[in-house]
Design a binder for this molecule. Structure first.
Ligand code: SF4
Length: 503
């Protein structure tokens, strides 16, 4: 979909692209009169205070027109914050005109970012009451009431689970990225390489990771920084052998200070085909608090279609085995909108989950991520339409309510079906602290291993500095020492430490 913009400064083009992408696929905006376009957006903007934005949408043939306008008082201390608020007013008017033209009401209004709960937290931290913040989300951001409700519920739940959520900035959490999986799933863009593939040897990667653990652990010890949570993700960490896992946990216990005080340790065991009695026994012995066993769907044909390479039977057996071995906090992931799946198939999956009763259930909505096998071959996959996706999201909410789960974290992704969201539900008291911490960005997470992105949150300002480790095992093997040095320097700078480097 190509749209011509008239009467708008180019600094606002990105905003228009983001809003239009909620309605149409592959949106491009242009101001050229030479290019073929499917629609034209003409703007009339009167800056000042209040600001007034009018926008007219004309279809390809120039036969139909729609118009929306919006006026808003803008409180801004400087030019930059004025522009930021002006962008919102422009987005508001564009959303309204596109909603009129298409008849589609966007559940998340003008919000196009990943973390709507973070916005609500920020408003609360700035002194708004929950009612005032809800009013702003409805009026200024055009969120639908059911989305505001779930945000409120989540934020309240997060405060109950992590009462010190706003005071976690003098501690850190750790993410350990193990970039291997038995095979690559079709929708995946995580750093996940076939364990028997040719991208770097597992042993060499693990040797680098052990060194990184020692360096980061020493750094934490010298700076007296305790660890709140540890999360092993990837990839699928349980893809490596039981001996390699044992050595990894041993290394962590040896180097991470105050290890016994870590509040939660999670290991992603997403692919049931990576689990066996020895590994489950090891997880139990190492007192891992939570694991994930992810069915994604309980329909055999779907699993084949998305390249999961495990069967429904295997998921059920491994889940049963984990239970028998005493693992008492298991998360399961389901994905709404997998190819050839609609309400009936999703209901079937929920019925199975109802029998299993995992402690938490994360309900994703399929997103066509750039670079995934599925996106590259999009025409081969038939997925549910917007209305059906919405129905499944509603069903998930009702089903979880009826079965005793509460929502406790939420995030959104680009190109997510129906412009919906991913929601983590859990039985009260079984929520993952790490998931809350990573979503709300209230604490530094130091990423170790492949594809691990460190997010260093400045204690006073909350400003975030990112340090991404390489995604590919071979690149990690080649460069991990530089990354250790660079990352620890970045941490020292943000925290204002003036101590000698530990590596
Ligand atoms: S199991 Fe997870 S990380 Fe591995 S390929 Fe599938 S989606 Fe990606």
């Amino acid at each position: 979909m190509q749209i011509r913009l008239e009467g708008l400064r180019s600094e606002f083009y990105r905003e228009i692209e983001l809003i239009a992408s909620l309605f149409f696929e592959e949106v491009k905006v242009t101001d050229s009169l030479e290019e073929q376009v499917q629609a034209v957006l003409q703007f009339q903007i009167e800056t000042g205070n209040p600001v007034s934005v009018g926008v007219t949408l004309t279809d390809e043939k120039g036969e139909q027109k729609w118009h929306a306008s919006h006026q808003r008082a803008i409180e801004a201390s400087d030019e930059k914050s004025y522009r930021k608020r002006l962008k919102k007013v422009i987005s508001y008017a564009v959303l309204q005109v596109l909603q009129q033209a298409t008849g589609v009401i966007q559940p998340w209004g003008i919000l196009t970012g990943v973390r709507p709960t973070k916005l609500l937290h920020t408003m609360l931290l700035n002194g708004k009451t929950i009612e005032e913040a809800s009013g702003i989300l409805a009026q200024d951001y055009l969120l639908q009431p059911h989305k505001i409700e779930i945000l409120k519920e989540i934020v309240e739940r997060q405060h109950a689970v992590l009462p010190d959520l706003y005071e976690l900035d003098r501690k850190v959490s750790l993410y350990i990225g193990i970039p291997f999986c038995p095979t690559k799933c079709a929708y995946c863009t995580f750093p996940a390489y076939a364990i028997r593939g040719r991208n770097g040897s597992v042993e060499e990667f693990l040797a680098g990771l052990h060194e990184e653990i020692e360096a980061v652990g020493s750094w934490l010890k010298e700076r007296n920084l305790p660890v709140t949570t540890i999360y092993y993700g990837g990839g699928t960490p349980t893809s490596i052998s039981v001996e390699q896992m044992d050595a990894l946990f041993t290394q962590m216990k040896r180097w991470i200070p105050f290890y016994d005080q870590v509040r939660e340790i999670t290991v992603e065991a997403g692919r049931p085909d990576t689990l066996d009695p020895e590994k489950l026994d090891l997880l139990k012995r190492w007192q891992i608090d939570r694991i994930s066993i992810n069915p994604q769907s309980f329909k055999e044909e779907t699993l084949k279609l998305i390249g999961r390479h495990h069967t429904v039977k295997e998921t059920l057996e491994k889940y049963q085995l984990a239970r028998e071995m005493g693992i008492d906090n298991i998360n399961m992931d389901l994905i709404i909108g997998l190819p050839n799946e609609g309400v009936a198939e999703f209901k079937q999956s929920l019925e199975v989950v109802e029998r299993l009763r995992p402690e938490s259930l994360t309900v994703h909505t399929l997103s066509f991520k750039r670079g995934s096998i599925m996106t590259q071959n999009k025409e081969k996959y038939r997925v549910a339409e917007r209305d059906e996706v919405e129905e499944m999201v509603r069903l998930a909410r009702e089903w979880t309510q009826a079965n005793g789960y509460v929502p406790y974290y939420l995030y959104r992704q680009k190109n997510i079906l129906g412009n919906q969201e991913n929601v983590g539900y859990a039985f009260p008291g079984q929520e993952s602290l790490y998931n809350i911490i990573i979503m709300e960005e209230r604490q530094t997470i130091i990423g170790l291993g492949c594809g691990a992105v460190s997010k260093i949150v400045a204690p006073q300002t909350g400003k975030i500095k990112r340090w991404p480790n390489p995604k590919e095992p071979q690149a990690y093997i080649n460069t991990y020492r530089q990354h250790i040095t660079g990352k620890l320097q970045a941490l020292d700078e943000v925290y204002g430490f003036e101590m000698p480097m530990s590596v």
